[in-house]
Each structure stands twice: as structure tokens, then as C-alpha cells.
Design a protein. Sequence first.
Length: 185
Amino acid sequence: MFVANHISWSDIHALNSIIPVRFIAKLEIKSWPVFGYLVTKSGTLFINRTIRKDAARIVEITTDSLIQLENVCFFPEGTTTDGTHVLPFKTSIIQAAIDAKANIWPLTIYYPTPDGQPNLAMAYAGETSMIESMDQILRVRHPVVELHFLAPIACAGQTRQTVSHAAREAILAKFKQRYRPLNQA
């Protein structure tokens, strides 16, 4: 199971360009024009976040997928950011990796500008619409994405809080190493 910070819808394409991955996403994405169709066809698991018990269903399906050696990815922040920070993680879906006795592979995603700062134009966050995000990304000359695959975390015998904390700390450490605000040279 891959867990990563989340900046943009393009995160999914970047990761899938390297390795086939089944994603876990909020149910609302299923109704998005074009993207909804594409992610549905790619085997995305949709979670209805308005129904508390739906997490248990996703954990069960994800556990089965991991036992069958499928690659699964989710973004435990539960939303995107502008790429300048990492939000706290939600832990419930981590239980699938524990139940499957799988490893968690933390992944730090970073979109740099030529001077190494976060490329805010790549972010799909806040009140930005999908059309605005697509327009912003298409205007970026030579966009770059960095995918930093970190050391795996064995989940067997762990709690989801412990595993989630370890994954977030690994992602955050790499993020802080990679991102140095201009005023902190």
C-alpha cells in the first residue's frame, strides 16, 4: 500500500505512469466529467465519506486487494494542499495494510519550480475548480513532478495510529528536506 501527500489530480497520473496502482478516492470524483469515467475504469475504490461505516467496507475490499498483491494507494490527508505543507493523516484505511500483513510504502510528492520552490500552479487545492486547475497546469512550461519512494513500513502487529504516524513522519521528513522556503536558505 502506497500512502502519499496529495497536491493535485495529476498525482494519480504521475504515480500510474511508473506503476499500476488502484486508488482510493472520495465518491464525488466518480461524477466528475471525463476524470470520473477514467478513474472508474481504472478500478478506483470510492468511499462515501458521508457514511461513517463505509470506511469498514473500503478496508475490507482493500485488505483483499493487498492479499492478492495488488498495488493500492490512498492519500491519508483526505484532501489536497497547495504543496507547501503536509496535513495530519486520517488512519482508518491503514487498517487494511495491517489486516493484510502488508507493508506501507510512504511516498512524498513534490512539484518544484526551476528554483526548487513548490510549483503552486500544479496544485488543485482550495477553491480552485477542475477547469481552472487544468488551465493552470497546461500553462506551466516544463512541469516537473518528483516522486520520492521512502523505506517501507511493516504493518504486521502494529496499530494503525503507529503506522500512520510513522508514514507521515517519513513523508514530512522528505518533504522538509526537499522544500526549503526562500527565507530559510
